[in-house]
Write a protein that binds this ligand. Structure first.
Ligand code: PMP
Length: 471
């Protein structure tokens, strides 16, 4: 950007140039570029609180929290100041062989706010690396304890744990993951707790958590070969904001205990207040052996992740230097001081603003909107856990028949929301409600009313050209 250029509005020539370069050079994630290049990309040049601001100065509610990470709004003065303050000292210094105050302090804060059994913090860069670290710690733990045959993981269908090969190995979304099958390590999949389209064809009232019991069956069948069970607690996010029935998580924890297997909780999406509590595992008093955090960790400001582990896991890696037990893993920007400073400031805001307390009425208001939306003739299912919701659009409400994938109904509805000043992104035909926690009730009303209006526009109107990709 030119030094004398204000953020917006951008001069038309500059905007045109950027769009052209975007088309020429950028490969956007989760995006079918055969479609992307047909529409004018929305250039976000600034932001303020819960709003994103485009090159023309138009404001949009950041309805997906910039992909599920922004917590306290954009340009939050306390977080901005913490980053600037850290910049006055040092932007980056390695954790390999050196220590730095922000990472030390953040590790301590994370240990304090997570279940008591988690005492060690390993920092990395993003959700995928947090999961990679958990996978390697779980396998390394068994290896060092003399059980190297425990090299299978159990995950759930429709799970999403990231895009690196290790985390893709745990992924259960065929559309994203099937292509890479030959590259992946062995994972056994239990059914998703997707009650609306129950893979076991039962119902939550009578099933006795049959899908969780399938985890038990896999543990019985593969027992001493399993390193860990991996779950997204309460909400399978990228799978379509699939909300697990109460007791599902606790049952899986119990099964892991009965079979002496580790539990990895991937709270990359659900952590930091999204479910109404700081962590999703708190709802069912579950203490995982490994816990993955990212996205909201820095308030959604900077790439940073943490994998928390128990003392027992940590101890398995202790030994003389020639024991081969050292955890030989670490990324260049692990524990980056700017990210840690942002995270500390974000945690301070949670306390100062009583963010979780002020969130509760918004969760209730969201529930009211969803109750209304559930009656819509093209809404098949509404799902909510705290401040996360999914609205599944269907062609036929009576049978649950979806629209053909190629029609991209979810993407069209989200595209229609933009002129109304709302940015949302679907997961296939499930509309995702995932706003920053600081959004006001009025903004939430506007967001949900816009969604309703756009559903009407799209499902009762002619098919439009699809906008963009999936997740
Ligand atoms: N785990 C979960 C539960 C996620 O939702 C995501 C991202 N959507 C990831 C892991 C991967 O995180 P990242 O995109 O930061 O690598």
């Amino acid at each position: 950007m030119n030094a004398d250029e204000s953020a917006y509005p951008l001069p038309p020539e500059r905007k045109r140039q950027l769009v052209e370069w975007d088309r020429q050079h950028l490969w956007h994630p989760f995006t079918q570029h055969a479609l992307w290049n047909r529409v004018e990309p929305l250039l976000i040049v600034a932001a303020e609180g819960p709003y994103l601001i485009d090159a023309d100065g138009k404001r949009y509610l950041d309805g997906h929290s910039s992909l599920w990470c922004n917590i306290h709004g954009h340009r939050r003065p306390e977080i901005d100041a913490a980053i600037r303050d850290q910049l006055e000292r040092v932007a980056h210094t390695t954790q390999l062989g050196l220590a730095s105050p922000p990472a030390i302090e953040l590790a301590r804060r994370l240990v304090e706010l997570t279940p008591q059994n988690l005492t060690k913090v390993f920092f990395s860069d993003d959700g995928s690396t947090a999961v990679e670290v958990a996978v390697k710690l779980a396998y390394g733990y068994w290896h060092h304890r003399g059980e190297p045959q425990r090299n299978i993981f159990i995950a759930l269908k429709e799970a999403y744990h990231g895009d690196t090969i290790g985390s893709v190995s745990l992924g259960g979304i065929d559309l994203f993951h099937r292509v890479y099958g030959p590259l992946l390590f062995e994972t056994k999949f239990a059914p998703s707790p997707y009650c609306y389209r129950c893979p076991l064809k039962t119902s939550p009232e009578t099933c006795g958590l049959a899908c969780a019991e399938e985890v038990g069956r896999l543990l019985e069948a593969h027992g001493r070969q399993v390193a860990a069970v991996v779950v997204e607690p309460l909400v399978q996010a990228a799978g379509g904001m699939i909300t697990a029935p109460p007791g599902h998580l606790a049952r899986i924890r119990r099964l892991c205990d009965e079979h002496g297997v580790l539990l990895i909780a991937d709270e990359v999406a659900t952590g930091f207040g999204r479910t109404g509590r700081m962590l999703a595992v708190e709802h069912e008093r579950v203490a995982p052996d490994l816990l993955c955090l990212s996205k909201g960790l820095t308030g959604g400001y900077l790439p940073l992740a943490a994998t928390l582990a128990t003392e027992a896991i940590y101890e398995a890696f202790l030994g003389p230097i020639d024991s081969g037990r050292t955890f030989y893993h670490g990324h260049t920007f692990t524990g980056n001081p700017l990210g840690c400073a942002a995270a500390l400031a974000s945690l301070d805001i949670f306390e100062k603003d009583r963010t979780l307390e002020t969130l509760q009425p918004k969760i209730e208001r969201l529930a009211e909107h969803l109750t209304r939306l559930a009656r819509h003739p093209h809404v098949g299912d509404v799902r909510q856990w705290g401040f996360i919701a999914g609205i599944e659009i269907v062609r036929d409400k009576a049978t649950g028949e979806p629209y053909p994938y190629g029609r991209q109904v979810g993407a069209q509805i989200c595209a229609n929301a933009r002129p109304h000043g709302v940015i949302i992104r679907p997961l296939a035909d499930t509309l995702v409600v995932f706003p920053p926690l600081i959004i006001s009730i009025e903004m939430l009303d506007h967001m949900l009313e816009t969604i309703e209006r756009c559903i009407d526009e799209v499902v009762s109107g002619p098919a439009h050209a699809a906008s963009d990709g999936l997740e």
